[in-house]
Design a protein around this ligand. Sequence first.
Ligand code: AHG
Ligand code: MN
Ligand code: MN
Length: 366
Amino acid sequence: MLDGRTTLSKFLIDTLDRRPGPDAASGLSALLIDVAASIKTIAAALTRGALGGQHGSAQSVNTHGEEQKKLDLVTNEIFLQHCEWDGLLAGMVSEEMDEVYAIPETYPRGDYLLAFDPLDGSSNIDINGVVGSIFSVLRRDGEGDARGAADAAAFMRPGREQVASGYAIYGPSTMLVLSVGNGTHGFTLERDVGNFVLTHSDIRIPEDSCEFAINASNERFWEPPVRRYVQECKDGRTGCRAQDFNMRWIASMVAEVHRILMRGGVFMYPRDFRTPAMEGRLRLLYEASPMSFLVEQAGGLSITGRERLLDVQPGALHQRVPVILGSRHEVERIQRYHGEYDRGEDKPFTSPLFNERSLFLPETEA
Ligand code: AHG
Ligand code: MN
Ligand code: MN
C-alpha cells in the first residue's frame, strides 16, 4: 500500500504500460525508470559536494570547446552505465561526447534513442548552486536494420516527435519533471526511501507573467526585437507595458525552466551576433527540444524567435538554436516583435527616442 501516493513506477505503468491499443509504448516505462536511477545516483554524488572530491576542472574540453568539469564527466558516465544494458536503446547522444555512443556488443539493442545533458548549469557546481540533468527520448523509425546501432542520422528528427522528455533539478530537494505526451508532471525524491513521488500533477504555466530571464551581459549582441521586448519590460509601469517586471538569471536552463513551470515567466537565450556563425547558445537535441516539449505540454510556448522550436529540423548532433520559451502571451508578443522587425514595421518602437521616454509611443500599443 502506497498511502495513496503515486510513485514514478506506478505513474509510468498506469500511463504507458496499461495504455490500450497500438499506442502502447513498449519498454518506455522501463527506460524511464533507468533514467530515474541515473538521476538518483547523480543526486547522491552531488549531495556530497566538496567532500566527494569531484569538484573542479577535468582539464579537458567538450565538442563545443567548453571546459569540462570533473562532474560533467562523472554524470555522463552514470547515465551511460544505467541505460546501456537494458536492451531498450539503439544509441545515446550527450553534450559530453563528440559522437553517438554505440551500445556495447555485449548488450541487446532496442528501438529508443536517448539524448541528454548530464549536468546542466555546471558552472554552478563549485558555488553550490542549482544544477540539473536534461533528457530526450525518440523512437527510431522502422527504416534500415531495426536492431543495428543508431548513427547520427537517426537523431535528426524534430522535437515534436519526442516520445518523452524531462529534467532533474538538484536543488534543496531533487525533482524529476517529465512528460510522455500527456501533460507535464513533477516528482519529488523521497531521499531516505529512494522513491520519486508524484507531487506536481499536470503542471500548467500561467499565460501571463511579469518575470523574464536573460543574460543581459549579451545585450549589445541581441537582435532589435529582443532589445525592444527587454527594454519595454525594464521601462516598467511608466513604459508602454504599464506594469513593473522582475528579472532572474541562474545560469542553469533547468533552474529557469523549473521556475517558469512553477510560476510563469519567460526565458530567453536568443539569437545573437557574438559569434556570427553561432545561432544561439543552447543545444537543440538535449537542451532546447526536451525543454520545449515540457513547456508545450504545460500550456506554454517555445520558439526560436521566428518559428516553433519543436518544428526545427536538426542538421547536426550538437547544433545550437535560439530559445525563447515560457508564458504563452509573452512568447506570442516576442514572436510578433520578430515578425514586425522582419517586415520593417517596428521602427516607431525601436528608435532610440522611443526607448528613452514613451513620447513616440503609438496609441495602438497597450
Ligand atoms: P551547460 O552547463 O550544460 O553547458 O549549460 C549551461 C547553459 C544553460 O543551462 C544556461 O542557461 C546557459 O548555459 C548559461 O549561459 P551563460 O554562461 O551565458 O550565463
Ligand atoms: Mn546545459
Ligand atoms: Mn551540461
